[in-house]
Ligand binder design. Structure first.
Ligand SMILES: [Zn+2]
Length: 223
């Protein structure tokens, strides 16, 4: 089977340098938006300039810097299906839980149209994204894996970064769980798998296995 054509555009939002990803090229003008951040006008502008129509807005987790653009996208494209992991769904409309209140602004997202469970497979025409539950940074964190490209790609939110891992100092963080999510879930995928994280540059599973100081070969035991 030929690999699925998939274009990935990254749109970074200040001030948290958060990465929003726009997936397109798999079917006509359809696209999927992952983690629209605090500068959604930039995303809107990109979608409009490319003539793209979002079928869905996916959130890896409910922190403000990853959900702040949900409202504008849903306002412009109400039919786009808003999805987030079940345990992070309450953060969408709670500025304290989504951490925006702590930064002095109030992010309230529209409610989810669908809550995601571990093992769900999301189908957008020919594109399939598999949902993996990856708690640790946030209790209801999920990542989205596509096995149809060569190499595979994962949209990883704040779990595994190039040379780093997600923060575990929030009220619902769990360092053990983050370790498990990375070592027992993500590190089981092929080394060639490309990781598009919520912050910073892309990396690969193999690169992080070899060199990540927190979870790679040199890291022993717990955080
Ligand atoms: Zn986060």
């Amino acid at each position: 089977m030929n690999p699925l054509p998939l274009e990935v555009e990254v749109i970074e939002s200040a001030p948290f340098a958060e990465n929003c990803y726009v997936l397109s090229g798999f079917q006509g003008s359809d696209c999927v938006v992952i983690d629209p951040g605090t500068e959604p006008e930039k995303i809107l502008q990109f979608l409009q300039s490319q003539g793209l129509q979002p079928l869905a807005v996916l959130n890896t987790h409910g922190h403000a810097d990853h959900i702040a653009g949900n409202a504008l996208l849903k306002q412009r494209w109400p039919q786009a299906v808003l999805m987030i992991g079940r345990l992070d769904e309450p953060k969408l409309q709670d500025p304290v839980a989504n951490l925006s209140a702590g930064f002095g602004f109030q992010v309230v997202s529209p409610p989810a149209d669908r809550v995601l469970e571990d093992g769900d497979v999301l189908r957008f025409g020919p594109l399939e994204l598999e949902v993996f539950y990856t708690p640790g940074h946030s209790q209801g964190h999920v990542v989205f894996l596509c096995r149809q490209t060569e190499p595979w790609v994962v949209f990883g939110g704040d779990v595994l970064f190039a040379g780093g891992v997600g923060r575990v100092d929030f009220p619902d963080s769990d360092p053990q769980a983050l370790w498990h999510s990375i070592r027992e879930v993500m590190f089981r995928w092929p080394d060639s798998t490309r990781v598009f994280p919520g912050h910073g540059p892309p990396t690969t599973i193999g690169q992080e296995k070899r060199t990540n100081p927190f979870v790679g070969q040199g890291a022993l035991g717990d955080f």
